[in-house]
Each structure stands twice: as C-alpha cells, then as structure tokens.
Design a protein around this ligand. Structure first.
Ligand SMILES: Nc1ncnc2c1ncn2[C@@H]1O[C@H](COP(=O)(O)OP(=O)(O)O)[C@@H](O)[C@H]1O
Ligand SMILES: [Mg+2]
Length: 541
C-alpha cells in the first residue's frame, strides 16, 4: 500500500500538510473522479457546497481539467514530468485565471495543485496592451524617439521615424551606440557630444538643436529633448529622447530674419531719405534766393548808368579840339558837368547795391555748402559711435532745418543742460532730431506767428540716460493719432509719407534707447522725448 497525501489512510502529518496547503489541491483517479481535496480546494471549486469527494471533476468549475487527464497521464508516464496548464474560467466577466499543475501519483492517480494567477495575468495583459499602444505611437508619430541604457552605451530602441529624418534605417544604431555621432555635421559634433554626456552625469534632461547629414549629403536640423527615466525609488532605468525635425522651421526663421533685416535697412534709408528731403528743401529755398539775387544783379546791369557815362565820354571825345567853348557855349555841353556828377552819384549807389546782392549771393552759397557738408558728415555712418557733444548735434540738426524754420518765422529756443561729452551714434541722433524738428515746424504752420516756437532741450535724466526733447506749441495730437503715430506709413500731411517717426523709433531702439510722445491734445502742442544710454567719453576724474 502506498501512503498518499490526502488519503484517509495516509499518515496524519502528511494529511494535515495536504489539508493546510494555502493553494487548493486535490487528488483525481484516472477517470477524473475526485478522491480527496483540501479545504482550499473545496472553497475554490464549490464554495459552501457539499463535499466533492467521489464526484467527477466535470461537475466543478474546473470541468475542462477532465480532458487534460489522459494527456497528463501520458506525459507523466513518458518522462515523469509535471504538466502545467493555464486555465481561465468564466470569461470574460469575472475572469479568474488559474495555473493548474498536474503531477503523477502512484496507481495512476493525479495530484492537482491550483494557483489563482488572475492578478499576474491582468498585469501581463495591461503590459501587453501598453506595449501595443507604445508601438502604435512610436510607429506613427513624426517625431523620432530612442531609448538608451543608463550608461548610454546600449541602444535599446529607435523608432521608425529615425529613417525618415536621417535617411538611414533605424537598425544602423543597434549594436553601434556611437554611430549617431558620425551623422552630426562636424561643426556641431563637439557641442552635441558634450551636451549628451552631461545627461549621464549632471543633467536630468537636455534640449539641443543641431544639424545632421543624410547619406545624400542633405543637411537637416534636429532638436533633441532627452531625459532620464527613473523608477519610484529614483533609480535610473534608462534614457529616452524625442527628436523633432526642425529644418522647415529653421528655414522659415532664417527667411524671417532676412526680411526683418531688409525692413530695418529700408526703414533706415527712409530715415536718411527724410534728412535728404530736408536738405533738398533747404538748399532749394536758398537756391531760390540765389536766383533772385542773380536776376536783380543782371537787370541792374542792363539799366546801368554806365551807358549814360559812355555817351558823355563820347561827346567829350568829339569836341576834344574846342572843349572850352563846348562846355561853356554849347547847350548840351553846358549841361554835361551836372550830368556827370549825377551819373557818378548813381554809379556809386549802383555799386553799393550790387555789392550787397553779391554778398547775399556769397552767403547763400556758403549756406548751401554748410548744409551739404553737415549732411555729408553724417551720411552712411549709422551705428558708428564716436565722442560728441549733444549741443553740437542739436546745432547741426537745426542748421539742416535752418532755412525752412527761418522762412516760417519759427523761433528756436535751446535749453542744453550740463551734459558731458559722450559716445554717441551721431548719425542716428541727427536723423531723429532732423525729423522731430521738421515735424514740429509742420505742426506750427497753421499757428499764429507769435506762438511759432520750438524748444530743443537736452539733459541727463534720472537713471543716467541722455534725454533730448523737441517741444512745439503747434497743433497738438489727439489720442487717436497718438496711438498710431509711430506706425509705418501713418501720416496726416498732404505731402507726407509717414516714414519719419517710424524710422526714428527704430533708430532709437537700435541705440538701446526709446522715443515717446506727449501731448495734452489738439491745439496744445506736442513733446517728443528721445532717451538714449549715456556713455561718457572721458571717465570722471
Ligand atoms: N510735432 C507734431 N505735432 C503734431 N502732430 C505730429 C507731430 N509730429 C508728427 N505728427 C503727426 O504724425 C504723423 C507722422 O509723422 P511722420 O512719421 O514724420 O510722417 P510725415 O511727416 O511724413 O507725415 C504726421 O503726419 C502728423 O500727423
Ligand atoms: Mg515727418
């Protein structure tokens, strides 16, 4: 006789072990009849029911096990091995997964051990599902991504998008963890490698943009965001990275930059053109007065008393032989001395007038030369910073506007405070001042002569900046106009372009400064305030 675990005849200890096994266990004969079972099995197979001893296994929840019995017996007979099967009951609602182990007992009996593996199974399913999701994502997103071992030496995963960006199959990277460096353009290589090595040491994440070269020689920009992946205990599990192809964006940016530069240049030219317009305007006015002076001189010459003198001299010539009797007895001859005296007086006066006209002409020509020279000393030098006195710059700006201001009867008031000689962008400041003074003059045109005043002031403002104000008592600015006044192309003037103020704010910004406007409203004048950093030319002693 043999002693079997659950058999009533088995030794007491063996039976009690069998009974107290936490996992359900029972004994079957070769036809699938339950010979014995422990409490756990009774609870699992027929909770609260009558004892299953002597009942066929087909009557229980595990009825399918009956079909496994012949196979198990065959296996056991051939190699004595245990047959393990996994088994799911009541799918799909209250799914319970069992692991059922059938092992041989003597006399063709089978010991069945059951373990509930539902929790493990569900975890497995969840994992498989998330794995499937991961695959769907990684295969479909346009960004590429990779996973590397904690020491970065091993490439664990590279998504298919790698091929699209790099033009090489993702498998090039598996087993060749350093290969990716070769695909970086040489100029960017060092920087990128340094950034990546920080990820394994000090940095928890990285964000780097660099260029790669495809097999066909095409270069593309990529942005890589890499990060460490850590578990709940903060242990480093792996590194992962997401790669975005930023080539199109880069190109668009470059184009934007180029367009921006062109716009700036156009605006700078517009600003210079505004000065040129002022210069031409001034020179044109001066030329007008030159023409008038020259015309006056010419007509004066045409009607000159010199003609009369010539006729008198001719008469004297004709009477050279009897000059005495001609002057005393001839009617014409007797009038000659008086006539000569009148002519000489008129000639003197004529000479005086002519020399005044000539002086005016010379002055006008000098004035033209001055304006042109001033303009030339600034032209094309934007960005050149040189020591200068703000007072001199103000004078130059006034000179360029000079004639027009004078003609419109504008009084200019200068309030130049104690400002040290400073390193200034002369060209840009002049451009701004000429524009502001020109605008002030235009704003004064409709005003009564006694209020045609412009005040130009310069001082060191709080915070050590240089503040230059151009204030007029002209037509003023409404709130509506004020908000649009610096916009490119905004003008209310019949012959305006609306480029002036726009180019001025731009120039102010380029100097690290600002240009603002204040006005109490229509009819109340306006003040334009230019502020630029003050960088004294000589350090204070
Ligand atoms: N000092 C000022 N007082 C009143 N309005 C002004 C003054 N300066 C500028 N403006 C307004 O701002 C507009 C834009 O000036 P600006 O950019 O120089 O262009 P433009 O002189 O060609 O009109 C002017 O048309 C005018 O309406
Ligand atoms: Mg203007």
């Amino acid at each position: 006789m043999h002693s079997l675990p659950g058999e009533p005849t088995a030794p007491l200890e063996t039976r009690s072990v069998f009974q107290t096994l936490p996992d359900p266990a029972f004994r079957l004969d070769r036809r699938g009849t339950i010979l014995d079972l422990n409490a756990a099995a009774q609870a699992e197979l027929q909770p609260g029911g009558a004892s299953l001893i002597g009942r066929p296994i087909q009557d229980t929840r595990l009825k399918d096990i009956a079909q496994q019995v012949p196979a198990a017996l065959e296996r056991i007979a051939s190699d004595g091995a245990t047959l393990t099967i996994e088994y799911c009951v009541d799918p799909p609602a209250t799914q319970t997964h069992y692991e059922v182990r059938l092992s041989a007992l003597p006399a063709q009996e089978i010991l069945v051990l059951i373990r509930d593996i539902t929790a493990r199974k569900l975890a497995e399913y969840a994992l498989r599902e998330s794995d499937a999701q991961f695959r769907v994502i990684s295969e479909n997103i346009t960004d590429a991504f990779w996973i590397r071992s904690p020491d970065m030496r091993e490439v664990r995963y590279v998504s298919p998008a790698f091929q699209r960006i790099w033009g090489r199959p993702a498998k090039t990277l598996y087993g060749a963890p350093h290969k990716w460096v070769e695909f970086i353009v040489p100029e960017d290589r060092e920087h990128v490698v340094r950034t990546f090595s920080a990820l394994t040491t000090v940095a928890r994440s990285l964000d780097v943009e660099y260029r790669i070269e495809r097999p066909d020689g095409e270069r593309r920009w990529v942005r890589v965001r890499g990060f460490q992946v850590r578990d709940a205990e903060d242990k480093l599990i792996c590194h992962a990275g997401i790669v975005t192809d930023t080539t199109e964006r880069k190109l668009a940016h470059a184009e934007l930059d180029a367009t921006h530069k062109q716009l700036m240049e156009a605006s700078r030219r517009a600003g210079m053109a505004e000065i040129a317009t002022n210069v031409l305007h001034n020179v044109g006015n001066i030329l007008n007065s030159v023409t008038v002076s020259a015309g006056l001189a010419r007509s004066a010459l045409g009607t000159s008393q010199a003609q009369g003198l010539r006729r008198a001299v001719q008469m004297l010539d004709e009477h050279a032989g009897d000059l005495g009797s001609f002057l005393t007895q001839d009617d014409k001859g007797r009038m000659l001395p008086g006539y000569l005296s009148d002519i000489s007086k008129a000639l003197l006066q004529e000479q005086q007038e002519m020399s005044e006209e000539l002086e005016h002409l010379t002055r006008s020509i000098d004035h033209i030369r001055e304006v042109v020279t001033t303009q030339q000393s600034y032209a094309g030098k934007a960005g050149l910073v040189a020591p200068a006195r703000i007072g001199d710059l103000v004078e130059d700006a006034l000179r360029i506007n000079g004639d027009a201001l004078e003609r419109d009867g504008v009084t200019v008031i200068r309030e130049i405070g104690a400002v040290p000689r400073a390193r200034l962008d002369r060209s840009r400041i002049l451009q701004i001042l000429v524009n502001l003074i020109g605008n002030a003059r235009e704003a004064l045109q409709e005003m009564p002569p006694e209020s045609r005043r412009v005040t130009v002031s310069a001082e060191v403002a709080d915070g050590g900046r240089l503040r230059i104000c151009v204030k007029d008592e002209g037509e003023g600015i409404s709130e509506d106009v004020r908000t649009r006044i610096f916009a490119h192309g905004f003008t209310t003037r019949k012959h305006g372009h609306g480029f002036g103020l726009h180019s001025c704010v731009q120039a102010a910004g380029e100097m690290g400064g600002s240009l603002t406007v204040r006005s109490d409203g229509p009819g109340k004048g306006a003040t334009f305030i230019l502020e630029v950093p003050l960088d004294p030319a000589e350090p204070k002693a």
